[in-house]
Design a protein around this ligand. Structure first.
Ligand code: PHE
Length: 418
C-alpha cells in the first residue's frame, strides 16, 4: 500500500508556521517505493527510472544542512528508508529465478542514492554555493569551517570572494538627479500604473474619443478589451500625464508633484526610439499660478541640472491638456550654444545651438473639470505641467549615441557608470 505521508514529513519536522521543513521537490505526492508486479527487464527499468527521477528532484531541492539531513534519512534510514523498502519490496519479494537480475538493479540504486546524498552535501559545502544560488550568502564562519574540514587550515593564498557592487543605470541616475532638483523646490514624488485605462491616459486629459491628437501617441493597446466601454479599456500608458489626474483625485490643491516612470509607444526601435522609455512629469496647482511661474521654475531647474550657464527658450506648441502649450529648449550644453565644435558642426543640437528638452503648458481648464469635486474648480485654481524624456536627457548628458544601449543590459556598457 502506498502511504500518504512519507516518514520525513512527520509533524516534528514542520516549522512553526506548519509548513514542511523540507519540500519534497516539485511533486505533489512524495515518491514511495511500489511493489513490483512482474520482474521483467522492462518492469525493473520503469520502476528504477521512477525512483531515479524522484531521487534527482529531491536532491536538487536540498538548500541547507537541515534539508540535507532529512533527505539523507528519507533514503538511507535503516528503518523504512527508501533503500530499505527497495530491499524489502523488490529484492526480498522477488522469486528465486529473478533474484540475480533484481539484485543488480538494487545495487545500482544503492550506488546512485549514496552518490546523490554525497553530491548534495558537497554542493552545499562548496563556497561556490553563492554563485550557484543567488540570494544565498555563505557566512564567514561557514566558509572557514569548510576550509578547515577540507583543507585542514585556512589557506590565505586562496582568492577572496568577489562581491560585485551594482551601480545606478544611467537613466535611473538621470531621473534621480532631475527628481532631486524638483524635490529641493518642495515637490513630492508621485507614481501611477504603467497599464492604464483609456480614461486616465486620454479622456480626462482632454483627448476626446476619436480626437486626432490620440494618433500622435502611437498607443499600444491591451488585447481583448472591446467588450468594455471605451474609457475602461486598458492600454500601456503613452506618457506619465495620467498620474496628474490620478494624484488630483487623491490630493486637494495646492499640489506640487514630480512623476518619474516608464511609458510605451508603438515606435520601431532605432538609435533614438525605443518602444519603452522613461518620462519625468511635473505638475503644480495653486491659486494664481501663471506662465511666469512655469518659466521661472523650469529655467531654474535646467540651470540646476545642466549648469548655471544654460539658457532656456519657450516656443509655442500644442497638447490637449495644456493651454497655452510650449516646447522648452535649453541652449546646447555641448557646444555652449554656438552650434559648432571647433571647425565641426555640433551634432546633438543639429547646429542650432538649442536642444528640445520638454513639453509644457498651463493646465487646461477642461482637465480641472474632471477633478472639480476635489477642490480643482477651474475658476479658482490654475497650474502648470511639464513632461520630459529621461532617456533622451541621459543620451545627451552622457554622449551616448544609441538609446538601445540603455536597454540591452550589456554589463560592459553599464559598467561605465559604476
Ligand atoms: N505628456 C506629454 C508627452 O508625452 C508631455 C507633456 C507633459 C506636455 C505635461 C505638457 C505637459 O508628449
Amino acid at each position: 500500500m502506498r502511504s500518504k505521508s512519507p516518514p520525513c514529513l512527520s509533524e516534528e519536522r514542520r516549522d512553526k508556521d506548519g509548513a514542511p521543513a523540507f519540500q519534497l521537490a516539485a511533486r505533489n505526492v512524495a515518491y514511495t517505493v511500489s511493489k513490483l508486479t512482474d520482474y521483467s527487464a522492462g518492469a525493473l527499468e520503469r520502476a528504477s527510472a521512477e525512483l531515479f527521477s524522484a531521487l534527482g528532484e529531491e536532491a536538487s531541492a536540498v538548500k541547507n544542512e537541515a534539508d540535507w539531513k532529512v533527505f539523507r534519512d528519507r533514503w538511507m534510514a535503516r528503518k523504512n528508508g527508501v533503500l530499505t523498502q527497495v530491499n524489502e519490496l523488490w529484492l526480498k519479494a522477488a522469486p528465486r529465478e529473478a533474484k540475480r537480475e533484481v539484485g543488480q538493479v538494487v545495487n545500482r540504486v544503492k550506488e546512485q542514492v549514496e552518490q546523490k546524498i554525497k553530491g548534495a552535501k558537497d554542493w552545499l559545502d562548496a563556497p561556490s554555493l553563492e554563485i550557484m544560488h543567488p540570494g544565498y550568502t555563505v557566512s564567514a564562519e561557514e566558509l572557514e569551517k569548510y576550509r578547515f574540514e577540507k583543507i585542514g587550515s585556512v589557506d590565505i593564498t586562496l582568492p577572496g570572494i568577489r562581491r560585485p557592487i551594482g551601480a545606478e543605470h544611467p537613466v535611473v541616475k538621470t531621473t534621480n538627479e532631475m527628481v532631486r532638483v524638483f524635490q529641493k523646490l518642495g515637490y513630492s514624488v508621485a507614481e501611477g500604473p504603467v497599464v492604464e485605462t483609456d480614461y486616465y491616459n486620454f479622456e480626462s486629459l482632454n483627448f476626446p474619443p476619436n480626437h486626432p491628437a490620440r494618433d500622435t501617441q502611437d498607443t499600444l493597446f491591451i488585447a481583448g478589451q472591446q467588450a468594455k466601454p471605451q474609457r475602461e479599456r486598458l492600454l500601456l500608458r503613452t506618457h506619465t500625464s495620467p498620474v496628474q489626474i490620478r494624484t488630483m483625485e487623491k490630493m486637494r490643491p495646492p499640489l506640487r508633484i514630480v512623476i518619474p516612470g516608464t511609458v510605451h509607444r508603438n515606435d520601431p526601435p532605432d538609435a533614438s526610439h525605443s518602444p519603452m522609455f522613461h518620462q519625468i512629469e511635473g505638475l503644480a496647482v495653486d491659486s494664481n499660478i501663471t506662465f511666469g511661474d512655469l518659466k521661472g521654475t523650469l529655467d531654474h531647474a535646467m540651470k540646476e541640472f545642466f549648469g548655471s550657464s544654460v539658457k532656456t527658450s519657450f516656443r509655442p506648441s500644442f497638447f490637449p491638456f495644456t493651454e497655452p502649450s510650449a516646447e522648452m529648449y535649453v541652449s546646447c550644453f555641448i557646444c555652449g550654444g554656438s552650434g559648432r565644435r571647433g571647425s565641426d558642426p555640433c551634432r546633438p543640437c543639429k547646429q542650432t545651438g538649442w536642444i528640445e528638452i520638454l513639453g509644457c503648458g498651463m493646465v487646461d481648464p477642461n482637465v480641472f473639470e474632471f477633478v472639480k469635486d476635489n477642490g480643482y474648480d477651474p475658476r479658482k485654481v490654475s497650474g502648470f505641467a511639464f513632461g520630459m524624456g529621461a532617456d533622451r536627457i541621459a543620451l545627451l548628458k552622457y554622449g551616448v549615441d544609441d538609446i538601445q544601449l540603455f536597454f540591452q543590459g550589456d554589463v560592459r556598457f553599464l559598467r561605465q557608470w559604476a
